[in-house]
Design a protein around this ligand. Structure first.
Ligand code: PHE
Length: 455
């Protein structure tokens, strides 16, 4: 396929918003708070921020340059830049990771649809914290409702994917991202003004380093990769649709900045609210879905129409944020099947959707009727989360940094990063140094530590 035949994003803002749309999603608003809660709060956040700075941003620039230079799907990209080598396996592992993530991610994305319905029928009204927990647990372990919602969600993703890059992906991101941001700010303000919220703010701001162990590092690194959509070729695939004048380092900074801001805002919504009603911060994946309905009740219970309106808006936007991420996951696998196996785009998309429905249904059932089937002590849902976020994505990042830092001709790297010398890139040497040494050694050490070699 030649350069001209491939689709492109239409504008610079479209590039940033579509990439940020991929990055911002359930990872920020659902996964970040529960990982923070499980790992003790502020110390985890500090380590997370370091991971974003020294691993996330450089590896994002590396993925961007691999994608734009090759103008191909992620496996094809390595094939073009390193023909006849085994590097294409890095791309293939990414495609597999994308497929697995999409499988379990759509389960949670489906939950957001159920919650839109609950918000609209005012069923949060008058419930106690314990009742919220019980009704959430009842819902996720039901064999039918979550399954129906995840299928609906995957079909919506499918619909946008077949509309193509500019009209589908770019247009939806341009509308949804700004709305989500405004609503998050409003909710954070409400949450920090709840009675007893200060304990939650302290949890977010006062690091307790006694809780830090190897697990915390692995958790923070995995969260950084997951939240920034890194290590599996997602941003590499999007970059293959970037224009030639897109400033890659600046785009990476913007995307990482927006993503981090949204995660921190989500923290300021969830923790003050959780402490305010006495819910444990380490409640796990259910945290978002039990504290938030509470925020709406506590903050606006006296003005029912406002409680209903805000809660509907929030879950709609959460679903949309998840949608811009599922689109990007779907696109990785669809572009791969379309370009490598010569399926039409429509047929490739159908295969991906059907495969993900099967995976998603299994993951959803693993939280209810199938919860006794475990592998390494984890149900399928948790297993997919663990294997993708904490192993496959960092491993992908490890190889991407070695590929760009050591293997790829530095002339190519320089041309892409500086747009053929037309941009002034002060951080170029630092970038190469990080990709060559800091990122691979850092990721390697965290892996070795977690696997217990130092213990
Ligand atoms: N970054 C997305 C989120 O935070 C999830 C995602 C991971 C999307 C990997 C694409 C690739 O929700």
């Amino acid at each position: 396929m030649t350069r001209n035949e491939r689709a492109n994003f239409g504008s610079k803002l479209g590039v940033i918003l579509a990439s940020a749309g991929s990055a911002v999603g359930l990872g920020n608003i659902w996964r970040f708070p529960f990982e923070t809660g499980n790992h003790g709060g502020a110390a985890f956040i500090l380590i997370y921020l370091v991971c974003v700075l020294i691993l996330g941003i450089p590896i994002m620039i590396a993925e961007f340059l691999i994608g734009r230079r090759s103008r191909a799907n992620t496996a094809g990209a390595y094939q073009k830049l390193a023909p006849g080598t085994h590097w294409r396996w890095v791309g293939r592992m990414g495609v597999l990771a994308g497929f697995l993530i999409l499988g379990y991610y759509s389960v949670v994305a489906g939950w957001t649809l159920e919650f839109i319905g609950e918000a609209a029928t005012n069923s949060f009204a008058g419930k106690s914290a314990a009742e919220f927990i019980a009704s959430f647990n009842g819902f996720v372990s039901n064999p039918w409702y979550p399954v129906i919602w995840l299928v609906v969600f995957l079909l919506a993703t499918h619909f946008i994917i077949i509309k193509g890059v500019e009209k589908g992906i770019e247009k939806s991101a341009k509308i949804m991202m700004p709305m989500l941001f405004i609503l998050l700010v409003v909710l954070a303000i409400c949450s920090v003004s709840l009675p007893g919220a200060s304990a939650g703010i302290e949890f977010l701001l006062k690091p307790d380093f006694s809780k830090v162990d190897g697990n915390v590092f692995l958790g923070a690194m995995g969260q950084a990769f997951f939240s920034l959509s890194l290590g599996m070729g997602c941003l590499c695939t999007y970059a293959s649709y970037f224009r030639n004048d897109t400033n890659l380092p600046k785009t990476a900074l913007n995307v990482a900045g927006i993503d981090t801001l949204v995660a921190i805002l989500a923290g300021f919504i969830i923790f003050p609210a959780a402490f305010s009603v006495g819910i444990q911060p380490d409640a796990g994946p259910s945290l978002l879905f039990i504290t938030l309905p509470n925020v709406f009740q506590q903050a606006f219970g006296n003005i029912p129409w406002l409680a209903i309106a805000l809660s509907i808006m929030f879950y709609v936007l959460l679903a949309l944020a998840a949608l811009t991420s599922t689109i990007s996951l779907h696109e990785v696998v669809t572009a791969y099947l379309h370009e490598e196996f010569k399926f039409t785009r429509g047929k490739a998309a159908k295969l991906v959707t059907a495969g993900c429905i099967v995976l998603g249904v299994l993951c959803s059932l693993s939280l209810g009727v199938g919860k006794n089937y475990t592998i390494f002590g984890l149900n399928l849902f948790d297993l997919f989360d663990f294997v993708t976020a904490k192993i496959m994505l960092p491993l992908g990042g490890f190889f991407i940094s070695i590929f760009t830092g050591w293997y790829l001709d530095k002339k190519i790297v320089w041309e892409e990063v500086s747009n053929n010398g037309t941009l002034n890139i002060h951080i170029y040497r630092l970038l190469i140094f990080i990709l060559k040494y800091i990122a691979p050694i850092g990721i390697g050490l965290i892996f070795i530590n977690e696997l217990g070699f130092f213990k």
